[in-house]
Structures are given as structure tokens and as C-alpha cells.
Design a protein around this ligand. Structure first.
Ligand SMILES: NC(=O)c1ccc[n+]([C@@H]2O[C@H](COP(=O)([O-])OP(=O)(O)OC[C@H]3O[C@@H](n4cnc5c(N)ncnc54)[C@H](O)[C@@H]3O)[C@@H](O)[C@H]2O)c1
Length: 342
């Protein structure tokens, strides 16, 4: 590029005389244009080293510079680090209007993961910053955990008593998105009969993958021995898993929640479990009433100590590298496929 500049400038000198000072100005302008893009990875809880190595490889192959801000302890550190970067990769870190104000060159922020409620989308749009997530990268990890919780439930939480098997049981997948589809794929290997309800996914997608579509959530809960929850938390779904829905489930039923806490009507779940002593609840998202539920429902209630679904080395690596690739694809080709603030 620089060779091109000097050749261009030298040729131009035959036509026009370019004063030395002007030549310098053009050069500074030119080098500003070709300066390396800076990609900041700002992670209060860092990626694994192998994930950072993968991100670095993608970023440097594109000719960009990677900057790391790991384990930062104050927002001020983040505000300073974003000042001159072109792109930002985050995990659960908050990107609000103040951060966006401080990031004068920022063009894109990518949340390495599925959820993106830690980015102020309206503020990103107002600052002309593209916000993206990396959907699907941790779906297998979450799906494996869901199946693990199912086995744990039917084996009576490994309490030393004889349990039952998943083979032949009817599994209901509530929302057939990235995680739901992976649950179906793995559950087939267990020999389960798989049903699914999704408000937006076409029935043919399920049928093509050997899954029986049902017409409503009510039908799913009436039909299945085990329901695995994969709905997002939206105004429509919040609190929607309630007494009326759970009451439809057969004796010995299990509800596995690797989705979101907000979709459960917790008071009604507790009331329901008090009435239905056969029912088990397994969750990756600890309810507010965890302590009370442990005492009331010993042996048929389990919550992971913290959200564990996406906590695998593979998910970590996949999401980080996908974020880096999406940044390069956006800056080089303008690809906005995963933009969430359209
Ligand atoms: N436990 C964890 O660590 C972890 C990790 C990743 C994702 N999650 C959660 O898992 C859930 C699913 O994630 P995903 O990546 O599969 O999301 P996704 O966006 O791929 O799929 C969500 C699906 O829900 C469907 N849906 C939306 N509203 C619905 C409704 N009212 N009724 C029925 N279906 C509806 C959509 O059509 C879509 O198919 C989300 O709640 C997400 O927050 C948890």
C-alpha cells in the first residue's frame, strides 16, 4: 500500500508539484486510512486461553490488532480501553450508553454468546454501532446439560434408590430453536419419542428431523413425561409456565429448565409441587426461592449452583472465535447477518 502511495506521489510530481509539507499531510491522512483496525476483548470473566489464542489468530490474519482487557475491576478501565478501538468483543460485560459515548471509533460490538441484554441496543443504534450476538455456539453444551438433568431426575437424583430410564419416554421440547434442536438430536440416541411445540418454527422443520410437532404448549404438556424448556424470556413467555400448564402433565412428570428463570411462575410452581408429590423440577437457573424449595422438595428438586449450561471449554472457544469472525466479516464485507439492533 505504501509502495503504491509513493509511486502514485512520484508520478503525480511529474504533473503537479507537491510541496514537501503537503506530501507529509497526505501521507498522515493515507496512513490513517490504512491504520490497523483495533479489536478489544473486554472480559471481566476472561475467556479460556485457548479461546483467546483462536480469537487472536482470526483477528491478526485479517491484519487487525488485538487488545485485551481481562479481569477489569472498574468501569473506568473499560471506558479508557474502548476509547480508540474499532470493534469490541464482550461476554457478560455491560455496554451501556456511557461506554458507547467513550468509544469514539467503535463500529461493532459482539456479545460472545446467545443473550445480549447486557448491550444497550437503542444506544448502540444511536451511536451507529452494530450490535451482534453469536447464536447457536453454545447450544450443544446447553443441550447436553439438559439431557444430564433428565438422567439425574429419572435416577432419583442419584440417591441410592432404583430409578427409571429415558428410553421409551415421551420428551416434549418447548421451543425448537438452537438448543431445542440439539436436545432432540441427542434424545434420539436415548431412544425417546420426541414432540415439540414452537410458536414460530414451521412444523416441517420438526417433521424433517424426526420430531412430532404439536399445536400448542397445552398439548405438549398433556402429552409428555418430560418437558425440556427452551423458550426465550419475552413479554409473552414471562411467567407462562404456571399451575394450569403443569397440571396437564402425567404422573411422575419432570420439568427441565435450561432456559430462563423469568419464564417460570415461581409461586405457582411451588404450589403445584406441594400438591403433586410425584413431580420433579430440575433447573440450570436457580429460583429466588431455592432454599425453600430445597427444604420442601428434597429428592425431587435440583438447581445448579450457578448457570452452567454454556460453561464448557468448547462453547467458550466457539463463541469467542465466532465473534471474531463476525467482526472481520462485518468490517471487510459488511455482513450483518447476526445484527440484533436492526
Ligand atoms: N442455561 C444456559 O446457560 C443457557 C445458554 C444459552 C441459552 N440459554 C437459554 O436457552 C433458551 C433457548 O436458547 P436458543 O439459543 O435455543 O434460542 P433460539 O433463539 O435459537 O430459539 C428460541 C426459540 O423459541 C421460539 N419461541 C419464541 N417465543 C416462543 C413462544 N412464545 N412459544 C414457543 N416458542 C417460542 C422461537 O421460535 C425459537 O425457535 C433461551 O431462553 C436462552 O436464554 C440458556
Amino acid at each position: 500500500m505504501c509502495v503504491f502511495f509513493y509511486t502514485f506521489a512520484a508520478n503525480m510530481e511529474h504533473v503537479y508539484h507537491i510541496p514537501e509539507q503537503k506530501e507529509k499531510e497526505i501521507f498522515v491522512y493515507y496512513t490513517t486510512l490504512v491504520k490497523k483496525m483495533k479489536v478489544l476483548v473486554a472480559t471481566e470473566k476472561p475467556f479460556a486461553k485457548v479461546a483467546v489464542d483462536g480469537i487472536r489468530q482470526v483477528v491478526e490474519q485479517a491484519g487487525y490488532e488485538l487488545v485485551l482487557l481481562e479481569k477489569y475491576t472498574s468501569k473506568q478501565q473499560l471506558l479508557e480501553a474502548v476509547a480508540d478501538v474499532d470493534a469490541l468483543i464482550i461476554r457478560s460485560d455491560n455496554v451501556d450508553a456511557e461506554v458507547l459515548d467513550a468509544a469514539k471509533n467503535l463500529k461493532i460490538v459482539v456479545r460472545a454468546g446467545a443473550g445480549y441484554d447486557n448491550i444497550d441496543l437503542a444506544a448502540a443504534t444511536a451511536h451507529n454501532v452494530v450490535a451482534m450476538n453469536t447464536p447457536g455456539q453454545n447450544s450443544n453444551a446447553v443441550a447436553e446439560l439438559a439431557l444430564g438433568l433428565m438422567v439425574m431426575a429419572v435416577r432419583n437424583l442419584y440417591n441410592g434408590t432404583s430409578g427409571t430410564e429415558l428410553m421409551g419416554k415421551k420428551l416434549g421440547i418447548h421451543a425448537y430453536g438452537n438448543v431445542g434442536r440439539n436436545v432432540a438430536r441427542i434424545a434420539k440416541g436415548f431412544g425417546m419419542s420426541i414432540y415439540a411445540y414452537d410458536a414460530y418454527c414451521p412444523a416441517e422443520v420438526m417433521v424433517n428431523e424426526g420430531v412430532t410437532p404439536v399445536a400448542s404448549a397445552e398439548e405438549l404438556y398433556s402429552t409428555c413425561d418430560i418437558v425440556s424448556l427452551h423458550i426465550p424470556a419475552t413479554p409473552e413467555t414471562k411467567g407462562s409456565i404456571n399451575n394450569a400448564l403443569l397440571s396437564r402433565m402425567p404422573q411422575g412428570a419432570v420439568l427441565v429448565n435450561t432456559a430462563r428463570k423469568e419464564v417460570i411462575n415461581e409461586d405457582e410452581l411451588i404450589q403445584f409441587m406441594q400438591m403433586r408429590k410425584d413431580f420433579k423440577y430440575m433447573t440450570d437457573i436457580m429460583p429466588a426461592a431455592d432454599q425453600k424449595m430445597q427444604e420442601l422438595f428434597e429428592g425431587r428438586y435440583f438447581a445448579t449452583p450457578k448457570k452452567m449450561g454454556a460453561q464448557t471449554a468448547e462453547a467458550n472457544i466457539n463463541a469467542g472465535i465466532a465473534a471474531a469472525k463476525q467482526i472481520v466479516d462485518y468490517l471487510e464485507n459488511g455482513n450483518t447477518k447476526f445484527q440484533v439492533n436492526k
